[in-house]
Design a protein around this ligand. Structure first.
Ligand SMILES: Cc1ncc(COP(=O)(O)O)c(C=O)c1O
Length: 361
């Protein structure tokens, strides 16, 4: 076995006990004499498996009863378009807060569907900080405010939930879902792709306050009408059964670890270790994000010269540290340290960084 510590931004590392269970159950699942991928989503075994994942997610996030939880296909990007369609009519407006690449993408997907307004943006300063709340120019009567609590590429994370009054807050939690406790009742919608903190790609989790749906006045194709997924327990059409099953196992693993509070403690410790290594490297490694909003999930950092990027990545791989190449938009490195990354993985990374800096500084 040569499994390495995997710092990929997504699809990302999964907990090893989960992978082992998947391996064990691959040929025969739950006495079905077939794998989970080969049985009907309408059969009792899968319905029970789906309901258990729903129950565990609700418990882990303390989801109030007036919210629906959906396990849908299409990834977060599809939801960035489906949500505006479902939350407002074409004449209504929505505010977007931009703190990085994914907020911009969400905005682009909403533009054809309703009146969009950028209420705050850190674009001009290279997405290194969060615009101060009192400088946001929110539109009175907007249908919703959209923001990205963790920007996966720029490494910028909100640690407080912004106060936007009575306007529903819509949040793309793709890269920090379940990494710490979150008060769901403060949101209109929480959504996030599974492939970072929760499981394989192919699934997007949506937690939506039910009273917000069905008021858009649009004539939508039934498959785009989120209420149809709510009414059919996310089985209006065939769901991504294998991904749903694996997410269910990850949720059980999370519960066994102590839930989101335990995850927060561990994620804090991992991030502190890595940022302090960067900050104490005498300028060899640089992360230029404002300290108050440095992401605990995705840590971008630069080396003193781009010429060192290739040797760094090659030697890191040889040392069993994978997926460290930064996003092409920023260059440099990025370490994604989601829930499934143990502290030992970050320790191995910082030991390697020390050694590399000593030899190349
Ligand atoms: C914050 C955020 N939003 C959206 C996406 C896009 O997700 P998907 O590829 O599932 O559509 C990503 C993927 O990396 C992301 O990190």
């Amino acid at each position: 076995m040569s499994r390495a510590f995997n710092f990929s931004a997504g699809p990302a590392a999964l907990p090893e006990p989960v992978l082992r269970q998947v391996q064990e159950e691959m040929l025969e699942w739950k006495g079905e004499r077939a794998s989970v991928m080969e049985v009907s989503h309408r059969g009792q075994a899968f319905i029970d498996c789906a309901a258990e994942a729903d129950h565990d997610l609700r418990e882990l996030m303390a989801v109030p009863d007036d919210y629906a939880v959906l396990f849908m296909q299409g990834g977060a990007t599809t939801l960035a378009a489906l949500l505006p369609m479902n939350l407002a009519g074409p004449e209504q407006s929505a505010d977007y807060i931009l703190t990085g690449h994914w907020g911009e993408k969400a905005l682009e997907n909403a533009k054809p569907l309703l009146q969009t307004h950028v209420a705050a943006s850190a674009r001009d300063s290279g997405y290194k900080s969060i615009p101060l709340r009192d400088q946001w120019q929110l539109t009175p009567g907007a249908a919703f405010v959209h923001y990205t609590p963790n920007e996966t590429i720029h490494g910028v994370e909100f640690f407080d939930i912004p106060d936007v009054g009575n306007v529903p807050l819509v949040a793309d939690f793709s890269s920090n879902l379940l990494s710490r406790p979150v008060d769901v009742s403060r949101f209109g919608v929480i959504y996030g792709g599974a492939q970072k903190n929760l499981g394989p790609s192919g699934l997007v989790i949506v937690i939506v306050r039910k009273d917000l749906l069905g008021k858009h006045g649009r004539n939508l194709p039934p498959i785009f009408e989120l209420q149809n997924q709510v009414k059919n327990d996310s089985m209006f059409n065939t769901p991504a059964t294998f991904s749903w099953y694996v997410v269910g196992l990850v949720l059980k693993w999370l519960k066994a670890q102590g839930g989101t509070s335990a995850m927060e403690q561990q994620n804090r410790a991992k991030a502190e270790l890595l940022y302090s290594k960067i900050d104490k490297s005498g300028g060899f490694y640089v992360n230029s994000v404002d300290r108050v909003c440095r992401s605990r999930m995705n840590v971008p950092f630069m080396l003193p010269s781009a010429d060192l990027d290739k040797p760094f990545l090659k030697e890191a791989e040889a040392a069993g540290l994978l997926g460290l190449k930064g996003h092409r938009a920023l260059g440099g490195m990025r370490a994604s340290i989601y829930n499934a990354m143990p502290l030992a993985g970050v320790q191995a990374l910082t030991d390697f960084m020390d050694d590399f800096a000593r030899r190349n500084g």
